[in-house]
Design a binder for this molecule. Sequence first.
Ligand SMILES: [Zn+2]
Length: 409
Amino acid sequence: MKVRFSTSDPPEVIDPHVADLAACLARSKKTVVITGAGISCNSGIPDFRSSDGLYNLVKEKHPNVVLKGMELFDAMLFKDEQQTRCFYTFMAELKTLIGQAQPTATHNFINAMKDKGQLLRCYTQNIDCLEAESLDQHLVQLHGSMDKVHCTLCSASYDFSAVYQDQFRLGEPPLCPKCETNENERQRLGKRSLAMGTLRPAVVLYNEEHPNGDTIGLAQATDIKKRPDCLIVMGTSLKILALKKFIKQMAKAVHANHPRTGRVIFINKTKPTKEWDAVFDYEVMGDADTWVTLTEEKWLDTKALAAAKVRLRETIKRQEEEEEDKENMMDTTTKRRRKRAVNDTTAMKATTTTPRTSLSSSSSKTTITIKKSAITKSSSASAAIKKQPLMETNLDGWIGRTRKRGKTA
Ligand SMILES: [Zn+2]
């Protein structure tokens, strides 16, 4: 059953749905959460696609560089020296904003799920690390993190310190300390100089691969095998191809392993396209924090939760009855088909027992042979389907922020 509602709809309309979702989350033991920029907007970090705020900060220092919000996150900018300087200034300003930001109700909600032992994993597209408070191993940062910087040459990793931030603000990437030490040592030994790397924020840009792609791919495959019972997708407009594929696989795992009680929930200010009709059981239009608050209120409302439990039981009973009816109908159809087949065979025997020309006898034989091979083929095909794993577990690693040019995050 598909349910769509908006958090701004009248309470009498949305109350049962909110209660059903609250009950579903209360009983979940393995929830997977996937988050996007939408869940951080209330903490003061603008959505880079729609906001000019950050870009305006950069404009003062680099008045001649024309870069739109999305282009500031595209690896292509490294081809242009001015744009690269602009990128570093932008990252410094973004770091300041992140430093001032506080986790929202949604971030706290995810943390609480982890504390209650209900969170299998949180996958985030956000680089602000606001989920990171206590999630630790339960967090996978799909697009990297603004907590770290790494060397463009040797991949050495360091904390994104205030000193580095000041250098980035001037558009000057700092030299990599490890490369610098190696170079000093070479000079001391009288060896020739080698190239030295610079530091950059450890975020994954569009059109570049995630350095930890294999690890992320492994985490995704492992989580799918762990039979998640609930998937919540929040604050993302579902435009990144790799993420879309992953959400669909995770949703399939929830539905296949928990056909009666597994739920896939989408919460965002904008509606998903038709492509997602069969993926999400619930589409909640609105602010993620508002939905979280409504859900937490329902958790305290024992009467509403009890009613939701009864509704779920009734739905399951109805589903079982429908399935039983379907099976009965199939049985009747099979019996009819069998009866027809028996009649056909009797009729055929009657025809073939009559002495006829050799041509007719051989043609009837050929027909039977074809039927046999068709049966063999179809039964081996169905065996192959049965043998297929439930999910495509080899996710080939996470390929980062790949996207079709011109599309948004
Ligand atoms: Zn280095």
